[in-house]
Design a binder for this molecule. Structure first.
Ligand SMILES: Cc1ncc(COP(=O)(O)O)c(C=O)c1O
Length: 427
């Protein structure tokens, strides 16, 4: 089974004779063994098996295995949220005294996690622009740099990641490239094919796709040779005294070391595990991901074209439009489509945006994107309302910006709703 559409439906779980056809929800914290010796082997990671759902649970593992197949990786783990996935993916290779380079065009929550919370943990971050030159990027590296982080399509700025530039620089400096592939999903982009080593997702977005379940996932490509850069990654290449003196690369090889360490050490200690019930919902989303994503993109393209041709619209930002500054990168990395999210502003600025939002009927005002239902946010009057107009511009969010997440309803209804709300602004 190799086609991605089939993997969305079937990968990760193959029932044996008489077992449930659908991924079962194993709602159990613990797992029973006949002897202490049998359990000891599990704790020593000498035998594989479940013992406590904070570390691993079969339902979560079936779903992680499906996402692993979709991304083309060697190992994967679910996390309680996208934030937990970003935290663990970076913390698994960088600790106090280390340095990480991140593209500045990333989700605001990730930016805050890095720039505030992880700095407090003693990790330094440098941020480089999505359109930086090779020289600027190379200049950001330090001897203690341990990873480079970027986002395939950034939320909300919709910048398309320059995979070739960032992966080349990361590898030239002997560090992995970690990519948040939330907006593109593996349907539209498979970062491992463009040089990424680790992929993370907020499964809360398109993977769930129904605004029902918070979650995250980390996938390892198995391509990064930790032993070749053993001095930089002692956590993976030397004995872990907190885990019976085990060396992850020796015990689990290049394809298994990263996820095993993240599970056995960080999930054990941080406890940001996904629940089996939530994993079940995430799988329901995955089963239709390959059907929903093309519809999101098709609808978004039609809406973006409608907005671009409307005389009351001041500007439209949608990476799929030929007029977009990232169109060439889209052709290279996302030739089948980008995502359902569009940013735009009306000619009347902030005031027009506020009036427009009030007149929408089908599109709901929510602080979410990537839902099957069309939704919209005006950051200046919601998430960023404490900022002045000048501060908004400095944060890259213009006062008139509206972030529209185009759903999978009939696009004629979506366009009519937008058209009516634009007309109402002038009344
Ligand atoms: C691109 C991206 N990454 C990560 C996150 C964080 O995910 P979560 O809300 O599941 O913690 C989000 C949330 O909006 C996101 O858009």
């Amino acid at each position: 089974m190799s086609y991605i559409n089939t993997n969305c439906v079937q990968a990760g779980y193959t029932p044996k004779n008489g077992e449930p056809r659908v991924i079962p929800i194993i709602q159990s914290t613990t797992f029973k063994y006949d002897t202490s010796e049998a359990m000891a082997k599990l704790f020593d990671l000498e035998a594989s098996g479940y013992f406590y759902s904070r570390l691993q649970n079969p339902t979560c593992d079936y779903v992680a295995a499906k996402i692993c197949a979709l991304e083309g990786g060697t190992a994967a783990m679910l996390t309680s949220s996208g934030q937990a996935a970003s935290l663990i993916s970076v913390f698994n290779v960088a600790g106090c005294g280390d340095h990480v380079i991140a593209c500045s065009a990333i989700y605001g929550g990730t930016y805050n996690l890095f720039n505030v919370t992880m700095r407090r943990m003693g990790i330094e971050f440098s941020f480089v622009g999505p359109d930086c030159t090779e020289e600027e990027l190379n200049a950001a590296f330090r001897p203690n740099t341990k990873a480079v982080f970027g986002e395939t399509i950034s939320n909300p700025s919709l910048a398309v990641f320059n995979f070739d530039l960032f992966s080349k620089a990361a590898h030239a400096h002997g560090v992995p490239l970690i990519v948040d592939n939330t907006f593109a999903t593996p349907i539209n982009c498979r970062p491992f094919e463009h040089g990424a080593d680790i992929v993370v997702h907020s499964t809360t977005k398109y993977i769930d796709g129904h605004a029902s379940t918070i979650g995250g996932v980390i996938v390892d490509s198995g391509k990064f040779d930790w032993d070749a850069h053993a001095d930089k990654f002692p956590g993976l290449t030397t004995p872990d005294e907190s885990y019976h003196g085990l060396t992850y690369t020796k015990a689990f090889g290049q394809g298994g070391a990263f996820i095993t360490k993240a599970t056995a050490q960080l999930m054990r200690d941080l406890g940001s595990s996904q629940s089996p019930q939530s994993a079940f919902y995430i799988n329901l989303g995955l089963e239709s991901l390959h059907v929903r994503i093309p519809r999101h993109c098709e609808n978004a393209m039609a809406v973006a074209k409608f907005l671009e041709s409307n005389e009351d619209v001041a500007w439209v930002d949608y990476p799929g439009l030929p007029s977009n500054k990232y169109y060439d990168r889209v052709q290279k990395y996302l030739p089948n489509g980008t995502c359902g999210v569009i940013s735009f502003g009306l000619k009347g600025g902030r005031e027009a945006a506020e009036k427009f939002m009030k007149n929408l009927k089908l599109a709901c005002v929510v602080t979410h994107v990537a839902d099957a239902r069309t939704c919209i946010l005006h950051p200046a009057s919601a998430t960023h309302r404490q900022l002045s107009d000048e501060e908004l511009v400095a944060a890259g969010v213009s006062p008139d910006l509206m972030r529209l997440s185009v759903g999978i309803e009939d696009v004629r209804d979506i366009i009519e709703d937008i058209d009516n709300a634009i007309k109402a602004v002038k009344e």
